[in-house]
Design a protein around this ligand. Structure first.
Ligand SMILES: CC(C)(COP(=O)(O)OP(=O)(O)OC[C@H]1O[C@@H](n2cnc3c(N)ncnc32)[C@H](O)[C@@H]1OP(=O)(O)O)[C@@H](O)C(=O)NCCC(=O)NCCS
Length: 192
C-alpha cells in the first residue's frame, strides 16, 4: 500500500521538480491539435517552480506518495496572504465568505506520468483534510488554466473532488501568453 508522507528531504524535493518538469506545457506546440488532445488527457503545468521556490515557502504543506524511495505524486499547498491579487477581481460576496479568512491554495499537484489516472491525486487531496482541519482552515482554493488553453484533466479532477468554480480571472500577460485566464475554484474543508 502506497502511503502519503510529508516531503521533507532535498532528495525527495528534487523528484517533485522532475514530476513537475515532465508535465510542463510546451508553448511551441499549443497550436497543434494533436498536442492539445494529448495534454487534455493528462493535464499540464504552465509555470514551473524552482527548487528554491519550494524551499523558501515556510508555510507550505508538501505531501507526497512514495513507493520505496521514489516519489510518485505530490501536492503543495500554502497560505494565501491578505493582499493577494484575487482581491482585485473577486466579487464582494465571495471575498467576504472565502477570502476574509485564512485560506490555503494549491500551488501545485502532480502525478508521475506513468501513474496518471490511478487515484494518486485524489488520495493526496483527501489526505490533506486532516492537515487543514488541524489548522482550522475552512477553504482550499486552486487556480486552473482556462484560456487560451484549458487544463481539462485538472478542471475535471477538481470538480470530482468537490471544488466549485468561484471566479474567472481577467486576461493578463502570463509566461508565454498575452491573454491568459484561469478559473479559480474552492472547496469547503470544514464547517466552523
Ligand atoms: C490533475 C492530476 C493531478 C490528477 O491526478 P490523478 O491521480 O491522475 O487523478 P485521479 O486518478 O485521482 O482521478 C480522479 C478524478 O479526476 C478526474 N480526472 C483525472 N484525470 C483526468 C483526465 N485526464 N481527464 C479527465 N478527467 C480526469 C476524473 O474525474 C477522475 O475520476 P474517475 O477516475 O472516477 O474518472 C494529474 O492528471 C496530473 O498530475 N496532471 C499533470 C499536472 C497537472 O495538470 N496538475 C494540475 C495543474 S492545475
Amino acid at each position: 500500500m502506497k502511503k502519503v508522507v510529508e516531503i521533507l528531504s532535498d532528495l525527495d524535493l528534487k523528484q517533485v521538480i522532475e514530476i513537475q518538469k515532465d508535465s510542463l506545457l510546451d508553448f511551441s506546440k499549443i497550436d497543434e491539435s494533436s498536442y492539445v488532445d494529448e495534454i487534455n488527457k493528462k493535464g499540464f503545468f504552465i509555470a514551473p517552480y524552482s527548487f528554491d521556490e519550494f524551499k523558501k515557502d515556510k508555510n507550505k504543506i508538501l505531501l507526497g506518495i512514495k513507493e520505496k524511495d521514489k516519489v510518485l505524486a505530490y501536492i503543495w499547498i500554502s497560505v494565501v496572504v491578505d493582499d493577494h491579487k484575487y482581491n482585485k477581481w473577486i466579487n464582494d460576496e465571495i471575498k467576504k465568505e472565502i477570502f476574509n479568512r485564512k485560506i490555503y491554495k494549491i500551488k501545485g499537484i502532480g502525478v508521475e506520468k506513468n501513474k496518471l489516472g490511478q487515484g494518486l491525486g485524489s488520495k493526496l487531496l483527501e489526505s490533506l483534510d486532516n492537515y487543514l482541519l488541524d489548522k482550522s482552515i475552512k477553504y482550499l482554493v486552486s487556480s486552473i488554466a482556462f484560456n487560451p488553453i484549458k487544463n481539462l484533466a485538472s478542471l475535471k479532477f477538481h470538480k470530482k473532488l468537490g471544488f466549485k468554480k468561484i471566479a474567472i480571472s481577467p486576461k493578463v500577460k502570463y509566461y508565454g501568453f498575452d491573454n491568459y485566464q484561469c478559473v479559480l475554484m474552492a472547496k469547503l474543508v470544514r464547517y466552523n
